[in-house]
Design a protein around this ligand. Structure first.
Ligand code: C2E
Ligand code: MG
Ligand code: MG
Ligand code: MG
Length: 259
């Protein structure tokens, strides 16, 4: 790597991010998904946070786009999966059968990605369907063979596939019908939008998911009213500030000790 310190060129954010990933400054925080039937946290979603030595905690909206544009997203995703996967395996060893969800960018959906992720999960000794890949819905997702095949290969290898942010604007029920998945996550924009149209779209998504025996998770539950609405749609689980924001791993341990 070039020695930037001796260069007069200003550093760009891609260089900073690349170095941060390699130094281990990108860490997972964990946000619980609560199961409506049992009232328990059953899955934790790993959300990346940059622990910047000067700037403090940096949120994904400041670096995920850069990571996507520069191809760093795969390396970032790998470090988050490795750290979060080890934590979850540790919790399993202590008898807490918690699921893990990680975010995967559609650009990562190459055939070798599925085999790498499946092997990693197996090496951790976690049971099938413990780990789910949340893939943000994009218009292209259901059109590209390679992406659809990679999603199917994940499922065949025991990794769940969640269609993340369903309803965020790229939505089509027809596209959802064409995709392989084990879970749908209803975007928080539908929760914020209290209209018959939003309800109809959520209900349709739940219908498609039911016909596939897939789980439905509602995002962005901030109030008791949001929770009622998610239950009325027929969702299985909910996630949002009403329950808990994303927290560091040691806080998950405290939370699990109380339930
Ligand atoms: P996402 O996967 O849809 O995650 C949900 C986002 O909504 C998270 O933001 C979470 O903190 C936030 N959130 C949760 N509950 C509520 C709520 O009740 N109200 C509101 N207003 N927000 C809520 P966060 O952590 O800033 O992450 C933003 C996005 O960045 C994620 O959206 C995901 O698409 C992406 N991202 C985060 N980490 C990774 C990663 O490791 N890899 C990839 N590829 N993408 C990631
Ligand atoms: Mg997600
Ligand atoms: Mg989401
Ligand atoms: Mg979202």
């Amino acid at each position: 790597m070039k020695d930037r310190a001796s260069s007069t060129e200003p550093e760009n954010s891609a260089d900073q991010l690349r170095r941060a990933v390699r130094r281990g400054e990108l860490v997972p925080y964990f946000q619980p998904q609560y199961d409506f039937a049992s009232g328990q946290p059953v899955v934790f979603e790993a959300l990346s946070r940059w622990m910047h030595p000067d700037r403090g905690l940096v949120m994904p909206d400041r670096f995920i786009d850069v990571a996507e544009r520069t191809g760093l997203i795969a390396e970032l995703g790998r470090t988050i999966l490795e750290q979060a996967g080890r934590r979850v395996a540790e919790w399993h060893r202590r008898g807490r059968r918690i699921g893990l969800a990680v975010n995967v960018s559609p650009s990562q959906l190459r055939p070798e990605f599925a085999s790498t992720m499946v092997e990693f999960v197996r090496a951790l000794g976690l049971p099938d369907r413990t780990v789910t890949a949340e893939i943000t819905e994009t218009p292209a997702l259901s059109e590209t063979c390679e992406e659809v095949e990679t999603m199917q290969a994940l499922i065949d290898g025991g990794v769940g596939v969640s269609v993340d942010d369903f309803g965020a604007g790229f939505t089509s029920i027809e596209a959802l019908r064409r995709m392989p998945f084990t879970e749908v996550k209803i975007d928080r924009s539908l929760m914020r939008n209290s209209t018959p149209g939003a309800d109809a779209l959520a209900l349709e998504a739940v219908g498609v998911a039911r016909s596939r025996h897939a789980i439905v998770v509602a995002e962005g539950i901030e109030t008791a009213q949001d929770l009622d609405r998610a239950r009325a749609w027929g969702c299985d689980r909910g996630q949002g500030f009403f329950f808990s924001p994303a927290v560091p791993a040691d806080e998950v341990e405290r939370l699990l000790a109380t339930v």
